[in-house]
Design a protein around this ligand. Sequence first.
Ligand code: 9WN
Length: 517
Amino acid sequence: GAHVYDPDRPAGSLHLRAARVLEGNWTGTSTVPSHGLYPHQWSWDSAFIAIGLRHLSPLRAQTELETLLGAQWGDGRIPHIVFNPSVPLDAYFPSPDFWRSSTAGRAAGAPRTVQTSGVVQPPVHALAAWLVHQADPGLSRSRSFLSRMYPRLAAWHRYLLHRRDLGGGGLASVVHPWEQGMDNSPCWDAPLSRVTPAAPRSFRRADLDHGSAEDRPTDLDYGRYVRLATDYRDGGYADGAGEFAVEDPAFNALLIASEHALAAIAQELGAAGTARHARAERLTAALVERLWDPAEGMFFCRDVYGGDGGDGGVSSALSSERRSPESGAHASERRSSESGAHGSERGSRSGALAPEQCSAESSALASERRSRQSGAHASEQRSRDGALIPERSVAGLLPLILPALPRDIAATLVRTAGGPHFGLGGLARLAPSYDLTGHAFDPHRYWRGPAWFNTNWLLERGLRLHGEHGRAEELRAALLETADSSGFAEYVDPYTGEACGALGFSWTAALTLDLLH
Ligand code: 9WN
């Protein structure tokens, strides 16, 4: 059908309906993803929600992020769920009595007063904070929003780049599928197969009270999720001891985009952003070095504890195509980004970093780097190569959001997005979460095929960043049309746009608002 959003439809009405969804899901201090299925605050949801909410109420958008970052742990991690104490324990699994953050997480500095999970989610927060600031810089400065958020965001990135560099190659690893956010992606099948599932009767899946079993992860998946989370908890949430460690291209791309945003925030606060922009560029090079596959034309996940430590090519596993011999050659071709994607606005100094914080900024980054180089962190003492996971996930396209991505790689990603595996602008209405031709593709099962609004919003941004305005506009129109026709569904069939999962889903409504502005 026509994939063009009809501008003659009353423009206000989609805006109004999206606003009503967010209004209904607002609790007073944050927004639930959906009241039935997800009745607490989720980390990356809140970042996307804030990006939309800023168009309705910059104050609420700031509050959303402040509430989340208020639950940060002493070691810098931002938990993936902040529990609402007034919601019954059995409304969502795993509940606070499973995570036991305030006791089991004590050594890692979990807060005492608020209950949280112990795993994390993709670091979209600095990007969100910067975009929220830009929606109303006057309000932001008057509330010292950025100067209050900055140290927390910096500690968050420090946690990920130090404690989570389990592969020793400079990238952050996720230690649980919930952390990457695409819970049952086929990418996790191989690394999860090494995990002994928890006994099925040792837990109760509250998600099945709301979602249809065919659309959700399987019981076997859940057994493994529970095992990994239990072991992490029982080890006091210390990093480096688990069985599962994956370097994911989307998680790391979001970290890098957020590092560029943090550089812009530092500049706004009167410090130099150059060290952070430079770090973001080094991370972009590491991402290419470790996760780019030139023969397949996309990024793949690295299973840090998997494989035989071979050259990491995926083509022989995916098909019979031969790999190009110059794997990794792109790492040296990165171009420098002049000012970063998010501009380098130097604004008012009100709420600026204190002078000692400013000068501490670049020396802190330098000493972080020295301690990494000397192998001061237990997890970095040796590099683990692992192996690339031969599954094509939309995560492998999302580095398109990076400003310092080499031009040829960006162009290749655009081609891959429009090719047979993702069908963007052709077969598929929106980019699927997983390879349309893949052996595990299922158009309705959660992250094994359906299209999601956050990943497509990121692709739209990446297309625009790399000058693909026509394709970006087409994707924007398809997103708006599908959000509208699906009732702001959690996810949709990538071919038909049929609604799946929860309706009135917050990030779908929020990102719709953002695209309308
Ligand atoms: C586990 C809240 C979250 C999203 C994730 C999505 C789903 C939770 C679940 O819902 O995960 O964190 O119970 O399935 O996979 O991306 O953040 O919307």
